[in-house]
Design a protein around this ligand. Structure first.
Ligand SMILES: Nc1ncnc2c1ncn2[C@@H]1O[C@H](COP(=O)(O)OP(=O)(O)OP(=O)(O)O)[C@@H](O)[C@H]1O
Length: 543
């Protein structure tokens, strides 16, 4: 692990200010520590020699106060810096992944590990390790310079023994590296397993196989525990080794000072100051060693995150890049911003690692109005919508589409209120929300809830039926200002009456926008302006 990776400050500019403040506070803390040793010596000498103690006592109290205040500031700034960096790295990762075609994104388990635990482990690195590193560089230099001025013999002993600490720390660090990598791999595999089990839980419960997963999760957790314990063992042993080395070095200084004091070849002032200053040269380096282990995970994660954020070699595949939370500068799928339709010319798509293409040479031209897309299961209908939405880049041919809103077969509904699920954080007034709910036939249902739009929903829309979830997703599509709506099997979970209502909504939306709806329902095909049948050979436009 590199002690400090400057790429971090380049990638997370928000961290620059807090990290600079941390460095300045670290230098001030070092000066206060040296000042404290000088003031304490002056006070003791004044007491011993019967001189007035007032001035040195005042200096001592003032410096104690200043050091306490600086420690408080350092703690606050470190916490602030940790949060800033973690938040910025997460935001950048999400922005990068959202701006990349699906095939360029990492596996979900790696993405979860990087953005969740990975970014979180950067916090102790920034909040604890970096301040320790600043102190580790500044304080020993200041202490050594003062020692040289006070007593060159003590300075020589410290100068000779001090480099042993970072040397041993580096030796131990090299041994820890493999352990840290093992722990990181164990964590990634645990996340992957956990994610897979959570995804497959309904199926596993359905087949009565959920219990078996307890053992699998148990075994992976044990691997993680063993890796963590061996890292901890190493951390404790290395701390003890550095502690011992520093204690022996301070003892050598103390013994030589004591001998010279006894022989009268040294003044009490110089001797006391040397004994007080010697430990100050060692402790910051010991602290770096101690914080190193807490930071090792963070440094490993930073490597992974920075690699993920690094510019890709093939920038032509990066079809859409825009800052998070800002409107897209150009529409997905390579279309112009004002385009209102979807146009595919001999578009093909092969999933990464797949042998056969999921979509072969599809050409279609869908302008404003409702276009029904039908075809046998697995023919590539969902893939077609993802291409039109710009989530994937075609492996051959071209796709042009206006700004699109995609309603997938399993629409994402965040945990929060019904209002959150409808707006997804975009501003829309309540009147617009009620209009959209009326459109999809949910107005009466929501009005009947005691907290109406403020009704809390669980993860994935928990608390709503499958049909209600589909209609909330459709209301969200109606609320969006995108000129192109892409809808994947909107009536899959609905009974005849509810399906008829959704069909009305799609027809109505089609009067104002381009609606591409994948469906199995002949009633919707009947009412559509265009009908495209997807086959394994391409697309056949029937109407
Ligand atoms: N992420 C993926 N990785 C690899 N292959 C995939 C992936 N998603 C889909 N496929 C494959 O691509 C083909 C087209 O899938 P797609 O989901 O687009 O079909 P579909 O027509 O929408 O099917 P259905 O009507 O059952 O929803 C299928 O053979 C499927 O197995």
């Amino acid at each position: 692990m590199r002690p400090f990776d400057p790429r971090l400050l380049r990638t997370a500019p928000a961290a620059r200010r807090p990290v600079t403040v941390l460095a300045v506070v670290g230098v001030l803390q070092g000066l206060a520590t040296i000042g404290l040793a000088v003031a304490l010596t002056a006070l003791v000498v004044a007491v011993v020699e019967g001189m007035p103690v007032g001035p040195s006592a005042l200096w001592l109290a003032g410096l104690f106060g200043a050091r306490a205040a600086l420690a408080w500031v350092a703690e606050r700034v470190a916490a602030w810096a940790g949060l800033e960096v973690t938040a910025e790295l997460r935001e950048r990762l999400l922005a990068r992944w959202l701006a990349s075609p699906a095939e360029d994104r990492p596996d979900p388990d790696r993405a979860v590990t990087l953005a969740a635990q990975g970014a979180a482990s950067v916090e102790p690195y920034v909040a604890r390790f970096l301040p320790a590193l600043v102190a580790g560089v500044v304080v020993p230099v200041l202490a050594l310079a003062t020692l040289l001025w006070v007593d060159w013999v003590s300075a020589l002993i410290v100068a000779l023994t001090l480099p042993l600490l970072p040397f041993f720390a580096a030796l131990i660090g090299t041994a820890t590296r493999a352990e840290t990598e093992r722990r990181w791999a164990a964590l990634s595999s645990l996340s992957g397993h956990f994610l897979d089990v959570m995804r497959g839980l309904p199926t596993l419960v359905g087949y009565g196989r959920a219990e078996r997963q307890v053992d699998v999760i148990g075994e992976v957790s044990q691997q993680h525990r063993r890796a963590t314990m061996s890292t901890l063992r190493l951390a404790f042993t290395s701390s003890a080794a550095l502690e011992l080395l520093a204690s022996i070095s301070v003892a050598i200084v103390a013994v030589t000072v004591g001998l010279r004091l006894t022989h009268g070849s040294m003044t009490l002032q110089a001797g006391l100051l040397a004994i007080l200053l010697a430990p100050e040269a060692y402790w910051p380096i010991r602290r770096v060693g101690a914080e190193f282990h807490a930071a090792a995970d963070g440094a490993e994660a930073i490597d992974g995150i920075l690699a993920e954020l690094a510019e890709p070699d093939d920038s032509s595949r990066r079809v859409r890049t825009w800052p998070l939370g800002q409107p897209r500068p150009h529409s997905p799928g390579g279309g112009a911003p004002d385009e209102v339709g979807v146009r595919l010319v001999r578009a093909a798509y092969t999933y990464p690692g797949a042998d056969a293409p999921a979509l072969t040479s599809v050409s279609l031209d869908a302008g404003p109005g409702l276009t029904a897309v039908t075809g046998p299961s697995g023919v590539g209908k969902s893939t077609l919508l993802e291409l039109a939405a710009g989530l994937r880049t075609p492996t051959a041919g071209t796709v042009r589409a206006g700004r699109a809103h995609l309603v997938t077969q399993r629409p994402f509904l965040p945990a929060g209120t019904l209002r959150d699920a409808l707006t997804l954080g975009n501003g829309a007034d309540d009147q617009a929300l009620w209009d959209a709910l009326r459109l999809v036939g949910l107005e009466g249902f929501v009005a009947g809830l005691s907290r109406a739009l403020g009704t809390p929903l669980g993860d994935d829309g928990f608390g709503l039926s499958a049909g209600q979830r589909a209609r909330v997703a459709l209301a969200r599509a109606a609320l969006s200002t995108a000129p192109v709506l892409l809808v994947d099997e909107p009536t899959a979970h609905l009974d005849e009456d509810a399906a008829a209502l959704v069909h009305d909504v799609l027809v109505e939306l089609g009067e104002r926008r381009t609606v591409l709806a994948v469906t199995h329902r002949p009633e919707l095909v009947e009412r559509a302006d265009r009908h495209v049948v997807l086959t394994h050979e391409g697309a056949e436009v029937l109407r």
